[in-house]
Design a protein. Structure first.
Lengths: 368, 209
């Protein structure tokens, strides 16, 4: 399945911070066919560093999508049955308007003059895209991590537009620990002299800072077990320690590699804006009462967490499940056993596939 | 398959092979809201949803079983019965089912109380520890009884609170539960006489008094 990204332009988007962005581009991909009743559409929401290329092989890069193991003919999100859409988030750097986009008022990239955005803003833009498709109700909204936060926001902000939601490995609000890891990433970027107050477009980008930010991120996506299994204390291409600060351990080499790769595909300012949006996200709007926040939600829910995920631990999903139960909402939940940490929803998908397939089939039966 | 057998309406017992499921299938009113405590892989709930149009929810402690329940389309969640009911509002369900689960809970009296808080009615099915086979097994062997419904060694048994038909009736009276209907079964046959001695499984439909 060779896929192309498309771009739609909307006139304007009002933001939570009070600013209105105009115009706004959204990059999206879609897979499968929208049925006549327009009742089989699923909106897939990507995690922090993802993009619109969720499935298939990109015409542009030749690379598979970030959830290609979950989306496609016969897969969990079966494109023989469902119409699947994925768009790049607001503030991103993969086609949708973000800090690296040109500000029409100045003719220069926004950089730090880009307004601060929220998860709610991202979802508002996605809803414009869904309207543009002419889809009255989404069969499901789904995603892991930050994608799960957006799925929750969808269920609360547009309850009459979603039949079901599948938030995976996520939370209704970041804990101090989650904010702390994001802040380390942000500080690594702004400490890089090449960051230059965000004005690095057309010059040397803050590659070292961004790479360090990504290295920290990668550690939080794995688990102690998965790192032990993957690297242990193995040395990289040597028999003995080098007694210096070049790469000794396999794990150092891996992190450096992942960090340097990330620089080629991600914008440092997008890193700042999107992580901030995640940290600001609070489904309860500061009230602390999740049950009250979920009051409008009428969707059917499937929540999934993973046993070794310490970045978005199961207790955060269980909090959501308990609040949904207290509202007597239709909710299914299971913690899957996996050693892959937070990355499990991307890499360890066999059991997740069975859950998603059964949940979607029974949901679709009710609307069809 | 001959046309005759194909046309015969599927009975829950044939599908599931559990006599208490057959009774529960009879009791539950169409289009009601049902919570099954200890729903296993969701077979009963799937049947009730398909054949009675109920809104089905299930609670199950085993993650592997919850997975299979969700995969068959049942809204099940992983949790502990002894605690899992607390979040629900009062009278959230028409029926709360405890199908051969009560004897496995740590605090059965508390579970029954909670069951009738979140449900308008409770359906409680349990293996009768007073059945003659159980009595005979213990009398003859002098060891913890083992029968078809109590097949486990004492150290492996999930059953931690054994009860008889009379025991349940006594607790129902003590805690002010109204028994609306009672069914007694041996294999797939109804037991009419001496249920405490002859019934293998008892099914009670109860409400708050």
């Amino acid at each position: 399945m060779i896929v192309d990204a498309n771009i739609v332009r909307f006139d304007s988007l009002p933001l939570d911070c009070g600013v209105t962005l105009a115009p706004v581009d959204v990059a999206y991909e879609s897979y499968g066919e929208l049925n006549r009743a327009r009742s089989n559409a699923i909106l897939v929401l990507h995690a922090f560093s993802g993009d619109a290329h969720a499935a298939g092989i990109s015409h542009e890069t030749g690379k598979p999508g970030w959830w290609d193991n979950m989306i496609g003919p016969g897969k969990g999100f079966d494109t023989d049955r469902y119409f699947v859409i994925c768009s790049n988030v607001l503030g991103g750097c993969r086609g949708t308007t973000g800090p690296s986009s040109v500000n029409p008022a100045t003719g220069c990239p926004f950089a730090m003059s880009f307004p601060v955005i929220t998860i709610g803003d991202m979802v508002r833009l996605q809803k414009m895209l869904v309207d543009w498709f002419g889809i009255p109700r989404l069969l499901s909204v789904t995603g892991g991590s930050m994608g799960g936060m957006q799925a929750l926001e969808w269920a609360v902000a547009y309850p009459d537009r979603v039949v079901s939601a599948i938030p995976i490995a996520c939370t209704t609000r970041h804990s101090a620990q989650q904010i702390a890891f994001n802040e380390v990433g942000r500080q690594a970027i702004v400490a890089d002299p090449d960051w230059n107050e965000g004005n690095y477009y057309g010059k040397q980008p803050p590659a070292r800072g961004l790479a360090v930010a990504r290295m920290v991120g990668h550690i939080t996506y794995m688990s102690d077990d998965s790192m032990r299994e993957k690297f242990g204390r193995r040395l990289r291409g040597k028999e003995n320690f080098g007694f210096g600060f070049d790469v000794d351990f396999e794990v150092e080499s891996y992190l450096r590699y992942r960090g340097s790769q990330f620089v080629n595909r991600f914008d440092a300012n997008s890193y700042l804006y999107i992580t901030k949006a995640m940290d600001y996200f609070d489904l309860t709007n500061g009230s602390g009462s999740l049950a009250a926040a979920l009051e409008p939600a009428g969707a059917r829910f499937l929540l999934i967490s993973f046993s070794s995920d310490w970045l978005y631990p199961s207790y955060q999903s269980q909090e959501i499940v308990r609040a949904l139960r207290s509202r007597n909402c239709d909710v299914a939940y299971v913690e899957l056993e996996s050693n892959y940490g937070h990355d499990s929803f991307l890499v360890d998908v066999a059991e997740q596939t069975g859950l998603v397939r059964g949940f979607l089939a029974s949901t679709f039966e009710k609307v069809a | 398959m001959t046309p005759q057998t194909a046309k015969r309406p599927a009975f829950v017992r044939d599908l599931l092979g559990r006599s208490d499921y057959a009774i529960i299938g009879e009791i539950v009113e169409p289009n009601s809201k049902v919570l099954d405590l200890g729903c296993g892989e969701g077979e009963l709930l799937e049947w009730l949803a398909a054949n009675k149009g109920v809104q089905a929810r299930g609670l199950e402690i085993s993650g592997a079983k919850v997975q299979r329940a969700i995969a068959r389309g049942v809204s099940a969640y992983q949790g502990d019965i002894d605690e899992g009911l607390a979040d629900y509002p009062d009278q959230a369900f028409d029926y709360v089912i405890l199908s051969q689960t009560l004897q496995e809970t740590h605090r059965p009296r508390q579970v029954l109380r909670e069951m009738l808080r979140v449900g308008r009615r409770g359906i409680v099915a349990f293996p009768n520890f007073g059945q003659w086979r159980v009595r005979l097994s213990m009398l003859a062997s002098g060891r913890a009884p083992r029968t078809r419904l109590f097949p486990h060694e004492w150290y492996e048994s999930p059953n931690i609170h054994f009860l008889t038909v009379h025991d349940f009736e006594a607790l129902a009276a003590l805690d002010g539960m109204t028994v609306e209907r009672r069914y007694f079964l041996s294999g797939h046959r109804r037991v009419q006489w001496l249920p405490n001695l002859l019934a293998e499984v008892a099914v009670f439909l109860v409400a708050r008094g």
